[in-house]
Design a protein around this ligand. Structure first.
Ligand code: GDP
Ligand code: IMO
Ligand code: MG
Length: 435
C-alpha cells in the first residue's frame, strides 16, 4: 500500500503545517503543493535554524525528496527565485528536485497592483490580503485570460496575450505606467530560467504512485480560508480544503489514503473576517507573545482566541479528517484556566454547525472551561509525560471536535513532537522512504 497523505489546515491558517510536513517528509518520496501561492508562510525549525517556505513545498529541506508545485498553485517568478536564493543561502540546493506543473498559472506584476487597489476600494470592508496578487491571478485563471507556465514557450501567442492583459489592466489602473514590452521581456527571461523544472506534474505523480512511491500533499492556508467552504468573502481565492488536492494536482481521489488536519491548541487568524472566539486585551497579548503570533509572510500580528471545536468539527467533515496534529500546546503552559468553544449562541438559538454567514456582532461563543497546568509541556515527546490537566484538555478537545489527536506538537523544533502510539500517524510514519 502506498499510503499517500494530505496535510492541511483545519482553522484559519498558520496552524504549523510546515513543521508537521517537515517531520513527516522522511516517510515520503514526494511532497506536493496543490494550491495557494507565496501568500503562504510555512515555518520549519531544524536544530534551532529557521526556514520559511512560501511557494516551495516544506519537504525541500530533506535530501532526495522531489517537491512539486501543482497546477492549482499560482507562481510569482521573482518570488520563486528569491525563495530559491534564500534557501541556497541556508545551504539548501533546490537543483533538479523541483517540478512545476506546466499548467500552473503565473502571478504577473499587475496582479499585485490590482490586489492593492481592490483592497483600497473596499475600504472598511477590506479582506486584509497579503497583497501578493493572489486573488487577481486566480480571477484571471477563472476568467480564462491567465498565463500558464506552458504558455511561456509560444513567444508569439504570449506577446499577444500579455499585450491584451496589460492594456486591460491599464484601463483599470489609470495611473499605471506598466509597459507590456517590459512585462513580456521579463516573462521570457523567467520562462527560460524555469524551463528545467516545468513538467506534466499529474503524469509524474501518477507514474510515481504506480511505482510505489509515497506522496505527501501539503495544503496552504486552511479550510476556513477556502474560497467555497471558508468565511466568504474573508477567504483566499483557492480551494485549500481537500477538493483542491485533486483539482490542483491532477490526481484522482483514490490516490489519497489519509487526511491529517493541523490545528492549533487555540485559534489564530490574520486579516479581517469573523473569529468567534477572539480574545482582546491581556490574554490575547499573552497568547500572541508566547506563541509568537506574527505572520510568517507579512509580519502582521495575528488575532488570537480560544480553541473553537465548531470550526474543527466542520473541517473534519469537509475534509474527512482521519486525525489531527494538534500544535502549540506548550503556548498554553501556565494559564490558570482554558476554554474550548463548543457552540455559538446566535439570535437566542444554540448553533453547533458553522453557519454560511456569520455576523460577529450577533454571535456569542459558548465555552467549556477547563483547568490549566503549571508544569511545562514544552518539548514533551510522549503523551504520558504531559501534566494530567494537559492530557484532559487534549481529550476533551478530541471529544468535542470529533477527531483523534494523532500528533501533539509541544515546540517548534522537529523533535518537540508526540506521535501517539496506536494512532493513524504511527501507522503512516512507520517505514521511512528509501528515496
Ligand atoms: P503554517 O503556515 O501552518 O506552516 O504555520 P506558520 O509557520 O505560519 O506558523 C506556525 C508557527 O508556530 C511557526 O513559527 C512555527 O515554528 C511555530 N510552531 C509550530 N508548532 C509549534 C509548537 O508546537 N509550539 C510552538 N511554540 N511553536 C510551534
Ligand atoms: P499559511 O499557508 C494565514 C489570509 C490573508 C487574508 C486572506 C486573503 O501560511 O497558513 P490572500 O493574500 O490569500 O488573498 O489573502 O487569507 N491568508 C493567510 N492567513 N495563513 C496563510 O497561509 C494565509 N494566506 C492567506 O491574511 O485574510
Ligand atoms: Mg503560515
Amino acid at each position: 500500500m502506498t499510503m499517500n497523505i494530505v496535510v492541511l489546515g483545519a482553522q484559519w491558517g498558520d496552524e504549523g503545517k510546515g513543521k508537521i510536513v517537515d517531520l513527516m517528509t522522511p516517510y515520503f518520496a514526494i511532497v506536493a503543493r496543490y494550491q495557494g501561492g507565496h501568500n503562504a508562510g510555512h515555518t520549519v525549525y531544524v536544530a534551532g535554524r529557521k526556514f520559511v517556505l512560501h511557494l516551495i513545498p516544506s519537504g525541500i529541506l530533506h535530501d532526495g525528496v522531489t517537491c512539486i508545485i501543482g497546477n492549482g498553485v499560482v507562481v510569482d517568478p521573482p518570488a520563486l527565485f528569491a525563495e530559491i536564493e534564500e534557501l541556497a543561502g541556508l545551504g539548501i540546493e533546490v537543483g533538479e528536485r523541483l517540478l512545476i506543473s506546466e499548467k500552473a498559472h503565473l502571478i504577473l506584476p499587475y496582479h499585485r497592483e490590482l490586489d492593492i487597489l481592490s483592497e483600497a476600494r473596499r475600504g472598511e470592508r477590506k479582506i486584509g490580503t497579503t497583497s501578493r496578487g493572489i486573488g487577481p491571478a486566480y480571477e484571471d485563471k477563472i476568467g480564462r485570460r491567465g498565463i500558464r507556465m506552458c504558455d511561456l514557450a509560444d513567444t508569439k501567442a504570449l506577446a499577444d496575450e500579455v499585450r491584451a492583459n496589460v492594456d486591460a489592466r491599464n484601463q483599470i489602473i489609470r495611473d499605471s505606467t506598466l509597459d507590456w514590452h517590459v512585462v513580456y521581456r521579463d516573462l521570457l527571461a523567467y520562462g527560460g530560467r524555469m524551463r528545467r523544472w516545468t513538467a506534466d506534474a499529474s503524469l509524474f505523480l501518477a507514474n510515481a504512485i504506480k511505482s510505489g512511491k509515497r506522496v505527501l500533499f501539503e495544503g496552504a492556508q486552511a479550510t476556513m480560508l477556502d474560497i467555497d467552504h471558508g468565511t466568504y468573502p474573508y477567504v483566499t481565492s483557492s480551494n485549500a480544503s481537500i477538493g483542491g488536492v485533486c483539482t490542483g494536482l491532477g490526481v484522482a481521489p483514490r490516490a489519497i489514503d489519509g487526511v491529517l488536519g493541523v490545528a492549533k491548541a487555540y485559534t489564530t487568524r490574520v486579516g479581517e473576517g469573523p473569529l468567534p472566539t477572539e480574545l482582546f486585551g491581556e490574554l490575547a497579548e499573552r497568547l500572541r507573545e508566547s506563541g509568537q503570533e506574527y505572520g510568517a509572510s507579512t509580519g502582521r500580528p495575528r488575532r488570537c482566541g480560544w480553541y473553537d471545536a465548531v470550526v474543527v468539527r466542520y473541517a473534519a467533515r469537509i475534509n474527512g479528517l482521519d486525525a489531527l496534529a494538534l500544535t502549540k500546546l506548550d503556548v498554553l503552559d501556565g494559564l490558570d484556566e482554558l476554554r474550548i468553544c463548543t457552540g455559538y449562541r446566535i439570535g437566542g438559538r444554540v448553533v453547533t454547525e458553522f453557519p454560511a454567514a456569520l455576523s460577529e456582532d450577533s454571535c456569542e461563543a459558548i465555552y467549556d472551561t477547563l483547568p490549566g497546568w503549571k508544569e511545562p509541556t514544552r518539548g514533551a515527546r510522549s503523551f504520558d509525560e504531559l501534566p494530567i490537566e494537559a492530557r484532559s484538555y487534549v481529550k476533551r478537545l478530541e471529544e468535542v471536535s470529533g477527531v483523534p489527536c494523532a500528533i501533539v506538537s509541544t515546540g517548534s523544533d522537529r523533535d518537540e513532537t508526540i506521535i501517539r502510539k496506536d494512532s493513524v500517524a504511527a501507522t503512516w510514519l512507520s517505514t521511512p522512504a528509501s528515496v
